[in-house]
Design a protein. Structure first.
Length: 401
């Protein structure tokens, strides 16, 4: 019985192939949109996680102010000083501690110039931030103590000023002073918040303080914890130390914030997952529209084939036989649309992954779920037309013109 109903359904679809293809178009678009959004969102989440993993799960960043972002506090919290960094470095369980100060600067080499970020830091900064060298070296302790005009470039700065050339050994101008390029960093790519990690020039902290900022202030402290399992313990000790050094009473809030890469990872991946869910929900609306299209066409098909239905009922076909025929027809249209949508989604995901520079992720569970939903839509929206066809009165159906 089932195979007979399937043959009749396929025959009806072939008789009106153009209308059938237009009918499944809504399902194709809906399935393709949902799968593409979910797969691209998963790729974006993976990309963010990989970028944060490049920083390490044991990195702490300490900055003045109650919290990061807009509304972070009324009055400006005091910056850190060199003795604060020295006190922090004496805490147990740390593998690297560096105070650093950032400021905007224009770098000039020959006829080329580029607006970038100048970072003044000490040698442990490279360890804490997991910055590896592509060529050259970092500054020595003697150069750091003397505040020598030496610098290490990020990959973006190299491309903008030198093209494909090697900058090591050359001199460029950072604002008003000349700086010798002694090293080039390996490329790290975009950070989780969209910041280019390679658009940077790293100089000794004293060089930036003397020649660029004109003060002894230290804007942030980068800390690498030796054991990832003790990050929370180190954060508690660090908070107690800074509250004591900054003379904060027990009933007062911290005037600094300690941010670890786990928090960044949770916030960034959470944001991408929510955005992916919203986009998938919006795309799913087109699936409903496709289902409505199937229902409308099936209702038209029932009207056109009323006499055929009457003949089948008159010669002994049961209501269940007619119901199954039209239900199979609707489900077949949905399944065809689901398969075409799945194929289109894989192509679209591969293209978008290349354009957006995110990993291509094929999630079998998500794809199977979207395909199953497309089949379910055939059942849901095809049931009413099928039920209407099955309940036709044979006499009235035979009289239909």
């Amino acid at each position: 019985m089932f195979w007979s109903a399937l043959r009749l359904a396929l025959s009806a679809i072939r008789r009106n192939i153009a209308r059938s293809m237009l009918t499944v178009l809504g399902v194709v678009i809906g399935v393709a949109a949902v799968i593409t959004m979910v797969n691209v969102g998963a790729g974006a989440t993976r990309s963010v996680s990989d970028q944060i993993a490049g920083l390490g799960s044991n990195l702490l960043m300490v900055r003045p102010g109650q919290r990061m972002g807009p509304g972070g506090g009324g009055t400006r919290a005091p910056s850190f000083r060199a003795d604060d960094v020295e006190a922090v470095s004496r805490l147990p369980g740390l593998s690297a501690v560096s105070g650093f100060e950032t400021t905007g600067a224009v770098a000039v080499f020959g006829a080329e110039n580029w607006s970038t970020t100048a970072v003044g830091a000490s040698r442990p900064y490279f360890v804490a931030r997991k910055l590896d060298l592509a060529s050259g070296r970092i500054f020595t302790e003697a150069e750091e103590e003397a505040g020598r005009a030496v610098c290490v470039l990020g990959e973006t700065v190299r491309k903008e000023l030198y093209g494909e050339g090697d900058p090591v050994g050359t001199r460029l101008r950072v604002r008003q002073f000349s700086c010798e390029v002694i090293g080039l960093l390996e490329a790290k790519g975009q950070a989780a918040m969209g910041q280019d990690q390679d658009d940077v020039i790293i100089l000794p902290l004293r060089t930036v303080q003397r020649r660029l900022t004109g003060s002894q202030d230290i804007g942030s402290i980068a800390i690498a914890v030796a054991d990832e399992g003790s990050v929370d313990q180190v954060k508690a000790q660090l908070a107690d130390l800074l509250r004591d050094r900054r003379r904060i009473d027990r009933d007062e809030d911290d005037d600094f914030n300690i941010l670890d890469t786990r928090q960044i990872a949770e916030a960034a991946t959470g944001a991408t997952e929510v955005l992916t869910g919203l986009l998938a929900a919006v795309a799913a609306v087109s699936l409903v529209v496709g289902g409505i299209g199937i229902m409308n066409v099936m209702l038209v098909s029932v009207t056109e084939r009323t006499r055929e239905i009457g003949v089948r009922l008159a010669i002994g076909a049961l209501e269940g036989d007619v119901l199954m025929q039209f239900l199979i027809e609707a489900v077949t249209l949905s399944v065809i649309g689901g398969l075409l949508g799945l194929a289109l989604a894989l192509i679209a995901t591969a293209i978008l992954a290349q354009v957006l520079h995110v990993p291509f992720i094929f999630d079998p569970v998500t794809n199977l779920m979207a395909f199953s939903i497309s089949a379910a839509i055939g059942v849901i929206f095809g049931y009413f037309p099928a039920r209407r066809a099955a309940r036709l009165d044979p006499i009235d159906a035979l009289r239909h013109e």
